[in-house]
Design a protein around this ligand. Structure first.
Ligand SMILES: Nc1ncnc2c1ncn2[C@@H]1O[C@H](COP(=O)(O)OP(=O)(O)OP(=O)(O)O)[C@@H](O)[C@H]1O
Ligand SMILES: [Mg+2]
Length: 314
């Protein structure tokens, strides 16, 4: 869906992005991570041509982006940024309806879409539709920014730290929303973040950048287990990598069938992560948990030994 082929961007003497190649398949969620100034935002903005690349080729659906009309690119790509980029003299509703209006949707359809998106992002129409950006908290403004990016139902979403100003609870619910959106509507998403837990949770494809170059890319578990070098390793969490890996694996992967032993009192869902299971064990001082399915029926057992990946139980 999106291909960057030996792409370079120079600003005068600075090389912001240095010969990167990257492919994002349709329906995939690709996350760019890396230290500040490594070229993540520049990469994103070259994809929607807010910045023109200096060298190499960028293709959407096999076609060079320079061949697309500006309007087509705008319709196909939603763009959300941390600082939101909302128009200060426009109300929330008008900001969200920007792209549909540019695309000349009938007014009633724009209105319906705005209402739908505000509901999706937990912004009440009554309270927020008529407010101006300066009357919003940082997190509210960010949600408006995300709503605006989704407004014309683009098949590609470019998101540059879109959840940076949100509290952990709202952030997690939006991450889930994004995952669902992607699964349900097969959106192709390129997402920039500084938050490694967010990156690992969201990414199908994780790209680590450093000083304008891609130092490693692949599935999150691959990178966690085999980081290319010390930089990737420390960026991915260093000594915390065990916990980060555990956060990606479900309890069902390590549980064993219910045995002859009487079942443990403490219970845990089979889809819950091993990290959460470990936390429950620590909290409850329990070395064994009974694993239950969605209906609360016991389906197995998880011991601490199993959880840490030992092959056999004692
Ligand atoms: N318009 C510009 N003119 C000159 N240099 C620029 C311009 N935009 C970006 N740069 C430089 O290009 C490099 C990459 O910047 P970019 O914004 O892509 O980094 P980033 O990875 O998004 O960083 P951050 O995590 O801090 O947002 C930086 O060294 C930056 O100073
Ligand atoms: Mg940036």
């Amino acid at each position: 869906m999106i291909d960057l082929i030996h792409v370079t961007k120079r600003f005068g003497a600075t090389t912001a992005v240095d010969d990167i190649s990257l492919s994002v398949a349709r329906g995939e969620l690709c996350v760019l991570v890396g230290t500040s100034g490594c070229g993540k935002s520049t990469t994103l903005r070259m994809i929607n041509r807010l910045i023109e690349h200096s060298e190499g080729e960028i293709h959407i659906d096999g076609q060079q982006i320079r061949a697309f009309r500006e309007e087509t690119l705008r319709r196909r790509m939603g763009y959300a940024i941390q600082s939101t980029g909302l128009f200060p003299h426009w109300t929330v509703a008008r900001n969200i309806g920007l792209v549909p209006r540019l695309l000349k949707w009938p007014a009633a359809k724009v209105q319906a879409r705005v209402e739908e998106l505000m509901a999706l992002l937990g912004l009440s129409m009554e309270e927020f539709a008529g407010k101006y950006p300066h009357q919003l908290s940082g997190g509210q403004a960010q949600r408006v920014g995300v709503a605006r990016a989704l407004a014309a139902d683009p098949d590609i979403l470019l998101m540059d730290e879109p959840f940076g100003a949100l509290d952990p609870i709202t952030r997690e619910s939006l991450q889930e929303e994004l995952r669902e959106l992607q699964a349900r509507l097969h959106k192709t998403i390129v997402f920039v973040t500084h938050d490694m837990d967010e990156a690992l949770r969201l990414a199908d494809h994780l790209v680590v950048m450093h000083q304008g170059r891609i130092v490693q890319q692949g599935r999150p578990l691959e990178l966690l287990r085999e980081p290319a070098d010390g930089f990737v390793e420390s960026l991915l969490g260093g000594e915390d990598r065990g916990l980060k890996e555990a956060a990606l694996l479900p309890v069902s992967q390590r549980m064993r069938p219910l045995g002859a032993q009487s079942p443990a009192d403490e219970r845990i869902g089979q889809h819950v992560s091993l990290r959460e299971a470990l936390s429950v064990m620590l909290w409850r001082h329990a070395e064994r948990l009974t694993v239950v399915d969605d209906d609360g029926q016991p389906v197995g057992e998880l011991s601490l030994r199993r959880l840490v990946g030992a092959r056999s139980d004692d």
